[in-house]
Design a protein. Structure first.
Length: 33
C-alpha cells in the first residue's frame, strides 16, 4: 500500500508540473494572438 501511495503522489506532482508548463506555454500565445 505504501508504494502505491508514493507512486500516486509522484503522478500527482508530475500532473501538476505538466499543467503548469502547459499553462505557461499557452499564456504567451494567448496574449500574442
Amino acid at each position: 500500500m505504501k508504494t502505491l501511495l508514493i507512486i500516486d503522489a509522484g503522478l500527482g506532482q508530475a500532473r501538476a508540473y505538466m499543467a503548469k508548463t502547459l499553462l505557461g506555454a499557452a499564456a504567451p500565445k494567448r496574449t500574442l494572438s
